[in-house]
Design a protein around this ligand. Structure first.
Ligand code: 5AD
Length: 346
């Protein structure tokens, strides 16, 4: 088994059967070996720097009905909000003062934010903060829309593929959505010159080592600049309310594997990782991650962006507590840096 880890580090790829073996026969010993190698590789490319992004969750309206997600359109039990342009700019202002040089605009697929409104917003942010990167995370669109956003100045786009296998995708999403369309969007985004982030949930209902192996193979093929993975966490107002959450252990293990497969990728220690354990994000960094995305949304909206239960939005997850996050990273020998943190592959 250790030979497989060594082979992965050396060749940065594995066959499907080898992935399945690595994923289904984990031991603490093997994991330790993996994290050691992953940290070494990450340090080789990025040192002990941890990049930060200010996350602005600007609308929780969504036209989609994904079975796992708390802001799905069928959930009538949350109040919906959308931030105004002024509110979003004021989040950026606050973030800039704190040292953030990347703003991530994340939202549900909200038709109120037409392409023109989005382009206007992007233009305004880039005018005010020309030294900052703008990242969008607003779902599946037509190529023409993505192009407009790019021309308006957006630098990066996050769109998790969620799961590669069509049958598993169907298990997690309603009929109208398809794995292949989502994957196509990712290639389109990359061709338009975006730095692209993809990723998946760990431990989502119905996930198997074989499906995860396919996720790894897909990511290898896409070769994205960033990969966001986090545990599935049930939300009480969704069809998956009674399902098991993904584990910290498997999420960390996959972070280590991703670091070896895509040595130069930006890998966030995600909010959902922090939801499973107080030290989840520290552990994520020690498994090979190098990005953290604290929440910059207005305080009164944070609880409403409820993708899953107990989503953290205080403490080190809150942008205003950046000093606390710096301290937590220092404790493990890492350093928060405030430059844009562009991908080395870009
Ligand atoms: N648990 C964990 N992650 C979730 N997401 C949505 N719902 C959940 C959940 N219940 C993730 C999806 C999406 C990202 C914004 O949040 O992977 O792409």
């Amino acid at each position: 088994m250790k030979e497989l880890i060594a082979k992965l580090q050396e060749t940065q790829t594995l066959a499907k059967a080898e992935w399945i073996t690595l994923l289904s026969q984990r031991t603490p010993d093997l994991t330790e070996e993996l994290f050691e190698r992953a940290c070494r590789v990450r340090i080789q490319h990025y040192g002990k720097n941890v990049y930060i992004r200010g996350l602005i969750e600007f609308t929780n309206y969504c036209r989609n009905d994904c079975y796992y997600c708390g802001i799905r359109k069928s959930n009538r039990n949350i109040s919906r909000y959308r931030l105004s342009c002024e509110e979003i700019l004021s989040c950026c202002h606050e973030g800039y003062e704190l040292g953030f040089r990347t703003f991530v605009l994340q939202g549900g697929e909200d038709p109120w934010f037409t392409d023109q409104r989005m382009a206007h917003l992007i233009t305004l942010i880039k005018e005010h903060y020309p030294d900052c990167a703008v990242t969008l995370s607003i779902g599946e669109k037509e190529e023409a829309s993505y192009r407009l956003f790019r021309e308006a100045g957006a630098d990066r786009y996050l769109l998790r593929h969620e799961t590669f296998h069509p049958a598993h995708y169907r298990h997690l999403h309603p009929q109208e959505l398809s794995a292949s369309h989502r994957q196509q969007c990712l290639f389109t985004l990359r061709n338009l010159g975006f730095q692209v982030g993809s990723g998946f949930m760990v431990g989502s209902p119905g996930q198997t080592p074989e499906y995860l192996a396919e996720d790894m193979l897909f990511l290898k093929k896409l070769n994205p600049h960033m990969v966001g993975i986090g545990p599935f966490v049930p939300h009480h107002d969704t069809p998956f309310a009674q399902e098991q959450a993904g584990t910290l252990e498997l999420t960390l293990y996959l972070l280590g594997l991703l670091r070896l497969m895509l040595p130069k990728a930006l890998l966030p220690a995600t909010t959902a990782l922090g939801a499973l354990s107080e030290n989840g994000q520290q552990l994520g960094i020690l498994a090979g991650a190098n990005v953290i995305m604290p929440n910059l949304s207005p305080l009164q909206n944070r609880a409403l962006y409820s993708l899953y239960d107990n989503k953290p939005n205080t403490g080190t997850q809150a942008a205003e507590n950046l000093a606390q996050l710096c301290e937590k990273m220092n404790q493990i020998g890492y350093k928060i840096v405030t430059d844009r943190g562009d991908s080395l592959v870009y």
